[in-house]
Write a protein that binds this ligand. Structure first.
Ligand code: GTP
Ligand code: MG
Length: 452
């Protein structure tokens, strides 16, 4: 009776937060419970993502998620390693993720990468909830495996509750300092106006039912229209990572957020110099339930529909960039597809000056974030590129006129060995940091010190 189900795609949920705050553990817990609660095979492991169907979510969340209340097919979770910028997750006109879970260690509160994630969520207008994780580490905690948070809280001593509450209100205060009105999720009436904070433990799974319920509610209420897609239309996606795969050469791990991609499709992918036009040789998925990071054995599939993560093998992908668009050509003219990719890349083109610093970043998204932050800091950029630091970058940096511009700001990239050698003799100052604003602060401090 429900005819939309086929045309409503799975919402894409990004899991973000500071290093070690528990993003992967939380996903592991959701995956693990999904496996034990549901028939094996119900959840599917994708490249860089995990798809949990509605039935399984409902079984895990108990009375908190009644399947009849929802017509979205489930949730597709994307893990973001802490050292990797969430800003890779961009898509046509904004954020790749429809919603996000910001994981904050309840003892640690906001940390630099939490702030960075918040900045990006604000800029992209992505709705999010906060998972206040590691509540089981509260002194005197009495764990209630897998229970909804209210039931778990009833089982705690007054002393444990008061410590937990102190930490939770600290986080609510930090959200407020960041410009977001927030409260414990059960006190939130309107999730569009207020950020819900869900206390959870990735180890004991307490609060996980609540987190799933809040995510389903958010997606259903605010994103239903955006989830309606043409399931048979030409696929659109974003490159998460470019990786060499034995037997396939350079491949792109991609999240498909619209339409369908089929084996043999002609595709256009954003490249370092020009858009890459190529043909899909294989679409690869991890074998069922296999852990993606250790998984070597892929399964070839004939097609992949949104939303899903997939590894695309095709010739000539060496120059593809993380964060770049992927477009299936199918029945539109090739030139149109190329123009679309160019237009998307143009959105992130950086204004460069005759004289300025050189920027290297791991993905288009982080390059864009760096460029924005440098513009705000009134630091001119002479050149900005995605990729590791190579000898050529050192040579270019050295051509800056002003001494303070002979600086190379590298975000989340490697310094190639021959570039290291070059650096020893070059009149170039290299800055590296995994947090964008710290990288820029380091540079500003250096400039100030020079001027003294
Ligand atoms: P990066 O991917 O490196 O950014 O880290 P992450 O956010 O994915 O953190 P991860 O899940 O790897 O967890 C970091 C450490 O915290 C691990 O040792 C986990 O076992 C531990 N941890 C995560 N969640 C919890 C929790 O809820 N309770 C307790 N006690 N430990 C946790
Ligand atoms: Mg992790």
């Amino acid at each position: 009776e429900d005819t939309h189900t086929d045309t409503l795609r799975t919402p894409i949920v990004a899991v973000l937060g500071h290093v070690d705050h528990g993003k992967t553990s939380l996903l592991d817990e959701i995956r693990g419970s999904a496996v034990s609660e549901a028939e094996a095979g119900a959840i599917t492991q994708h490249i860089g993502a995990t798809d949990i169907p509605l039935d399984t979510i409902s079984r895990m969340a108990g009375e908190l998620v009644i399947p009849d209340d929802f017509d979205l097919p489930g949730l597709l979770f994307i893990d973001t390693p802490g050292h990797h910028s969430f800003s890779t997750l961009r898509a046509r006109g904004g954020a790749l993720a429809d919603i996000a879970v910001l994981v904050v260690d309840v003892n640690d509160g906001f940390q630099p990468q939490t702030e960075e994630a918040i900045d990006i969520l604000r800029r992209t207008g992505t709705p999010f909830v906060v998972a206040a994780n590691k509540i089981d580490t509260t002194p005197g905690w009495n764990p209630q495996e897998g229970e909804p948070i209210q039931r778990s809280m009833e089982a705690q001593s007054e002393r444990a509750m008061s410590m937990l509450n102190e930490n939770l209100y600290e986080i609510i205060g930090q959200l407020s300092d960041a410009g977001f009105s927030a409260d414990l999720y059960w006190r939130v009436q309107d999730f569009q106006k207020n950020i819900g904070v869900v206390p959870v433990s990735a180890i004991t799974a307490e609060g996980v039912p609540d987190l799933l319920a809040v995510l389903m509610g958010l997606s259903q209420r605010f994103m239903k229209e955006e989830m309606a897609i043409d399931v048979n239309g030409p696929g659109e996606g974003t490159v998460l990572e470019v990786k060499d795969e034995r037997g396939f050469g350079a491949t792109v791990d991609t999240v498909v957020y619209d339409g369908v991609i089929e084996n043999g499709d002609e595709i256009v992918v954003g490249g370092q110099e020009e858009p890459i036009v190529t043909e899909v040789r294989a679409l690869l998925q991890p074998r069922p339930l296999a852990e993606i990071r250790t998984e070597k054995q892929f399964e070839k599939v004939a097609s992949v529909g949104a939303a899903a993560g997939v590894k695309i093998a095709a010739p000539d992908l060496d120059d593809a960039m993380a964060g770049a668009p992927v477009r299936v050509v199918r029945d539109k003219p090739l030139d149109d597809a190329i123009a679309e990719v160019k237009a998307e890349l143009a959105e992130i083109e950086v204004d460069t000056a005759e004289d300025g610093v050189v920027v290297k970043a791991d993905t288009l998204g982080s390059l864009e974030a760096m460029a924005n932050a440098l513009r705000e800091a009134e630091v001119p950029i002479m050149r900005a590129e995605v990729g590791d630091v190579a000898p050529r970058d050192i040579a270019i940096t050295e051509t800056a006129n002003q001494e303070e511009h002979k600086a190379l700001l590298a975000f989340n990239v490697d310094i190639l060995p021959n570039a290291e050698t070059e650096l020893e003799s070059a009149d170039v100052k290299l800055f590296t940091n995994d947090v964008i604003y710290q990288l820029i602060e380091d540079y500003e401090t250096y400039v100030e010190e020079r001027q003294r």
